[in-house]
Design a protein around this ligand. Structure first.
Ligand code: GLU
Length: 467
């Protein structure tokens, strides 16, 4: 078994796709390389007074569009190679879904559970300060967001720290995924999972593809397994179950559970809140270890945790017909080939989990526009609908009830507009990469890379090279 590094894995997928594009090797290698890599160490004073050295990274992969964009993760897996790979994936992901940013990624090598809230706040604020000093954060330069182990709370700390040292009028746009009261946007927390749902829904509506893998079209009745019940996994599971899919298995840090008749998500999350884990949940059978359930019988497998989870070791035993990559880089290139050979449909990460950055884009737009989406038009729309409905009432016997009027005359507020923009993005991008897939007879991952390389490459061609 060859142990490819993560950044190499991304580049292998890139190279495969690059063969279908017109760019020469010089431009391609320029496109692949990371523009700026920052490794920071700083001391943390722990609550007991001891000092610990913290390691953090920020990588800006591509400046072909600015700002660069990508999350900050808190995990013990964080290192330079991982951050480079994830930053590169952000560049391609943004291009696939037409979000006008370059790619970046950051990470701090800690297990967040080992630190108190006060310590996490000190770490986050100090990291932000270091990023600022090196010009690695700002609404026009580099804009972080949540990732594995971080959320709205950390983004709020980042904004507050940035604000104290910068008087930029667009300061709110220096980070996305913020709490609503600090310039966040409705729908950002749910966005990646919501996007995963829209992507899988679109893939499952394709009759030809479903026939090939022996499934009916539609989400209803499909059995799925999810790995990781964090923000992304939880919301993917929530929207899939709401649409009638059946959650048969879950893998978490403490173990995995399975029930072919379906597992109740609400009861399970209550159980986890009480016990701190999923193992022993009454409504399902507890399996040997965290990875066993990945090999269970199901229609859709959703890895929503970390990278390299489907690998040469377990790929042969994976039975799912659809792999929905909600995490970044969950399938190694070797596993990809094994699963593909079996005929399964892999919906790749560089498309499927782009809902997060798409709504981050909307949040950033809101911040630099200094106005909430829907603020100007919502009431105007509602009044127009009401006028149309009253004409319908006047020319027919139909009288609308108050409930009907409320539903029919609803204007687009922020939540509705974000959801509409996200769905449009996921549906259009799927069809865009699906066309490329058919044209070149490649898989969806290669198609997504071809789409990204073509879009980014065209910009690189017109970028000046300083003598
Ligand atoms: N961390 C998320 C990702 O990997 C979101 C990035 C963002 O919103 O900038 O796509």
């Amino acid at each position: 078994m060859i142990d490819y590094k993560f950044f190499d894995q991304v580049n292998r997928a890139f190279d495969k796709a690059a063969a279908y594009t017109r760019f020469d090797s010089g431009l391609l290698s320029q496109m692949k390389s990371c523009n700026d890599i920052l490794h920071i160490t700083f001391p943390l004073e722990r609550d007991d007074g001891s000092i610990e050295v913290i390691h953090g990274w920020r990588v800006e992969h591509s400046h072909h569009k600015l700002p660069t964009k990508g999350g900050i993760r808190y995990s013990l897996t964080v290192n330079e190679d991982e951050t480079m790979a994830l930053a590169a994936l952000m560049t391609y992901k943004c291009a696939v879904v037409n979000v006008p940013f370059g790619g970046a990624k950051g990470g701090i090598r800690i297990n967040k559970n080992d630190y108190s809230d006060q310590e996490l706040e000190r770490i986050t604020r100090r990291f932000t300060f270091q990023l600022y000093k090196k010009n690695f954060i700002g609404p026009g330069s580099d804009v972080p967001a949540p990732d594995y182990g971080t959320g709205a709370r950390e983004m709020g700390w980042i904004l507050d720290t940035f604000r104290q040292i910068s008087s930029d009028i667009n300061a709110e746009g220096c980070v996305t995924g913020k709490p609503l009261g600090q310039g966040g946007i409705r729908g950002r927390t749910e966005a990646t999972g919501r996007g995963v749902f829209f992507g899988i829904e679109e893939a499952c509506s394709n009759k030809e593809d479903m026939n090939k893998i022996g499934l009916e079209t539609g989400i209803e009745g499909k059995a799925f397994v999810v790995q990781g019940l964090g923000n992304v996994g939880y919301h993917s599971a929530k929207y899939l179950t709401e649409a009638g899919a059946i959650m048969v298995g879950i893998a978490e840090m403490d173990g995995s559970i399975y029930n072919e008749n379906g597992i109740d998500l609400k009861k399970l999350t209550d159980y986890r809140r009480e016990t701190g884990g999923i193992v022993g949940f009454e409504g399902a059978q507890t399996l040997e270890d965290s990875n066993t359930v990945l090999e269970a019988k199901c229609d859709i497998l959703i890895p929503a945790a970390l990278e390299n989870q489907l690998n040469a070791e377990n790929a042969q035993r994976i039975k799912a017909k659809i792999i929905g990559e909600a995490a970044n880089g969950p399938t190694t290139s070797e596993a990809h080939e094994i699963i593909k050979k079996r005929g399964a449909l892999i919906i790749p990460d560089n498309y499927l989990n782009a809902g997060g950055v798409t709504v981050s884009y909307f949040e950033w737009l809101k911040n630099i526009q200094h106005v909430r989406f829907g603020r100007m038009g919502k009431r105007f729309e509602e009044d127009s609908y009401k006028r149309i409905l009253s004409v319908i009432e006047a020319v027919s016997d139909r009288k609308f009830s108050d409930k009907e009027l409320k539903y029919l005359a609803k204007g687009g507020g922020e939540a509705e507009l974000v959801d509409s923009g996200l769905k449009d993005t996921m549906v259009n991008s799927y069809n865009e990469i699906n066309e490329i897939r058919k044209k070149h007879e490649v898989d969806l991952r290669t198609a997504a890379f071809i789409s990204a390389i073509n879009k980014v490459g065209e910009i690189y061609e017109h970028m000046g090279i300083f003598p």
